[in-house]
Design a protein around this ligand. Structure first.
Ligand SMILES: *[C@@H]1O[C@H](CO)[C@@H](O)[C@H](O)[C@H]1NC(C)=O
Length: 334
């Protein structure tokens, strides 16, 4: 009886505590603003990017990740924090191509529940993908710590990579996913051998959407300069299942960790910039090549047809001329 009461009190205190939040239920995303006022702000993330409403900005350069492909020798820490799986990153990884230099802090994932193909936070034309990778950076020139930068406008830069299900296993993502069974419960951590974080990114780094937004989890600080890549990356169905089915958001096997995505937030007066124009975006490079080959092949076929028609017409004409000669000869005979 006393124990039950004690547990009740502990639960209530935990629930009232500022750091208690979930995606669903009484502490779910609809209730975040009550405990974390910034979550109710007017420049929140994620958003649904409507490509017909974005503004093309020809001055947005390709994003340049530095040190991403130099894994070094130190193992990386992979941690189940009860909300997501998070990999700590070395500040030797940094970004150029943004207004200032931003150094890497951590990366983490968002995904859906078991069996779901929707789990990304950002959407493009109202379509979510299976999962989303976020690589978090802060402006180390202007701020002394991540914590300080996280509260300041444009203090953070986050890369959003949309993940969909493809045919083959993605070996880069396996560097993370193959260790999930070591950190099934909240609070567990493991060491991951260093690997090239570059390989988690899409190939095309020049095509992206850029907007001012927020952290997608409480306290939802509106300090993030977002880059969401237009090109998606693929993981296999088995890899997605591993992500969806291995982790728990609790210290015992009670609540599975998943469906940890926030729904799109109102854009309000914000502008979403695109580093590329719409015409380019409707075709990938592969489609461009096959389109070119198609046109070439089509033209060749057309030329061949014209050639044969011309040849036949010439033959017919000469036959006609001959037969005309013959008929007139016949006519003279009669
Ligand atoms: C983000 O906000 C800053 C002002 O804080 C502004 O200068 C910048 O142009 C905005 N960026 C985008 C992509 O809207």
């Amino acid at each position: 009886m006393l124990l039950t009461l004690l547990l009740q009190v502990t639960w209530t205190l935990a629930a009232l505590g500022d750091d208690h939040w979930t995606y669903e239920g009484p502490h779910g995303q609809d209730h975040w603003p009550a405990s974390f006022p910034e979550c109710g702000g007017n420049a929140q993330s994620p958003i649904d990017i409507q490509t017909s409403s974005v503004t093309f900005d020809s001055k947005l350069p390709a994003l340049q990740p530095h040190g991403y492909d130099q894994p070094g020798t130190k193992p990386l820490e992979l941690h189940n924090n009860g909300h997501t799986v998070q990999l700590s990153l070395s500040p030797t990884l940094y970004l150029e191509g943004l207004p200032r230099k931003y150094v890497a802090v951590q990366l983490h994932l968002h995904w859906g529940q078991k069996g779901s193909l929707t789990g990304s936070e950002h959407q493009i034309n109202s379509e979510a993908t299976a999962a989303e990778l976020h690589i978090v950076h802060y402006d180390s020139d202007s701020y002394n710590s991540f914590g300080e930068a996280a509260k300041s406008a444009e203090g953070l830069a986050v890369l959003g990579i949309l993940i969909e299900v493809g045919e083959t296993e993605n070996p880069a993502y396996e560097h993370i996913l193959s260790h999930l069974h070591e950190i099934r419960y909240k609070g567990q951590a493991t060491a991951v051998p260093p690997f090239s974080v570059k390989e988690l990114l899409p190939e095309e780094l020049a095509q992206y959407f850029r907007y001012n937004g927020s952290l997608t989890t409480p306290p939802c600080h509106q300090s993030v300069l977002w880059t969401v890549f237009s090109q998606k990356v693929q993981i296999s169905k088995e890899q997605l299942e591993k992500l969806q089915e291995t982790l728990f958001s609790t210290e015992e096997p009670s609540h599975p960790l998943g469906q940890n995505y926030r729904v799109p937030q109102p854009l309000n007066q914000r502008t979403v910039l695109a580093s590329f124009s719409q015409d380019e975006s409707s075709y990938t490079r592969g489609e461009m090549v096959s389109l070119g080959l198609g046109i070439l092949f089509g033209s060749a076929c057309l030329l061949l047809v014209i050639y044969f028609i011309a040849k036949r017409t010439r033959k017919k004409r000469s036959r006609l001329e001959k037969s005309v000669g013959f008929t007139s000869a016949q006519a003279t005979m009669e």
